[in-house]
Design a protein around this ligand. Structure first.
Ligand code: 7PJ
Length: 277
């Protein structure tokens, strides 16, 4: 399997790492200006050297209970970082945004993939995806980030997530979007209880078998805490790597993670095991 991008392609026959680069003001010591730019650049460089194939840049905090930001704020945070990283390191860049304005500007300065946790539900998002003709990651979410963890409820979480992804995919393909440009993500932690998250993970093959490049994104999330009990997200590395590796073994092609080096090493072990099968 291969993902076709504007100026290159990404071989997905072996799992690849998407390194997370947050550009929310709280992730910078100076609130996101010059020093923030340099910090973002060096973090991206470090992740690429550690084995990331994609840098996922996001300016909106979508943690449960977080506030929404305006498009202008998001543009101001994200675009200079994308431009700088693209010019300096030229990696594959995905943008974690739901805003058509942000992805349009980001593509102009070097972004390749639209990672939209809201699956093109904002006004003009669908038309923008068709116009840009770039890969889009569709993700399932129940509710909105502000309130999604208040009382998530499903009668059958696997069936509901599957229906959602299949319907969104059908809608896009029906409008003429290239099906090879569609990525799937079950949306761990987005309006889901611990039970829901682990049920999805336990049955991930059902989703990866559908043939869309699958993004597994559970790095440092509360579902890891539920198993290992580290209060601080940055302490949840071992649990995150373990769960990511299980996702890879269940057929996920893209692992969206904070801890690139650790995940890379786990994948290297998995590769040797597979080579001896
Ligand atoms: C996800 C994401 C996810 C995709 C975030 C966090 C929250 N993009 N962006 N899937 N989560 N595709 O990383 O904890 O699950 S932001």
């Amino acid at each position: 399997m291969e993902l076709k991008l504007k100026d290159r392609s990404l071989d997905l026959n072996e799992p690849k790492i998407m390194g997370i680069l947050n550009v929310t003001p709280d992730s910078f010591s100076d609130g996101g200006h010059f020093q923030g730019l340099e910090q973002a650049l060096s973090h991206a460089k470090e992740m690429l050297e550690a084995g990331a194939s994609i840098i996922d840049i996001g300016g909106e905090s979508t943690r449960p209970g977080s506030k929404e930001i305006t498009v202008d704020e998001e543009l101001e945070r994200v675009i200079p970082v994308v431009e700088k990283i693209s010019q300096t390191l030229n990696p594959i860049i995905s943008i974690d945004t739901s805003s058509p304005e942000v992805i349009k500007e980001a593509v102009k300065v070097g972004a390749h993939i639209w990672n939209d946790i809201r699956s093109l539900s904002r006004p003009h998002a669908l038309e923008t995806a068709l116009e840009l003709n770039i890969p889009v990651c569709l993700m399932h979410m129940q509710g909105k980030p502000q309130t999604m963890q208040v009382n998530p409820h499903y009668s059958d979480v696997e069936a509901e997530v599957m229906d959602f992804l299949e319907q969104k995919t059908a809608l896009l393909v029906d409008k003429g979007f290239d099906p090879r440009h569609i990525l799937w993500d079950v949306g761990f932690g987005f309006g889901k209880s611990t039970d829901d998250n682990y049920r999805l993970l336990a049955h991930l093959e059902k989703f990866t078998a559908k043939g869309y490049p699958f993004v597994a994104a559970l790095s440092r999330k509360k579902m890891i805490y539920a198993a290992t009990g580290e209060e601080k997200a940055s302490d949840r590395v071992i649990g995150s790597v373990t769960a990511a590796l299980v996702c890879a073994q269940k057929g996920a092609q893209i692992l969206r993670v904070h801890d690139v080096l650790e995940t890379k090493k786990a994948l290297q072990v998995l590769k040797l095991i597979k080579d001896h099968n």
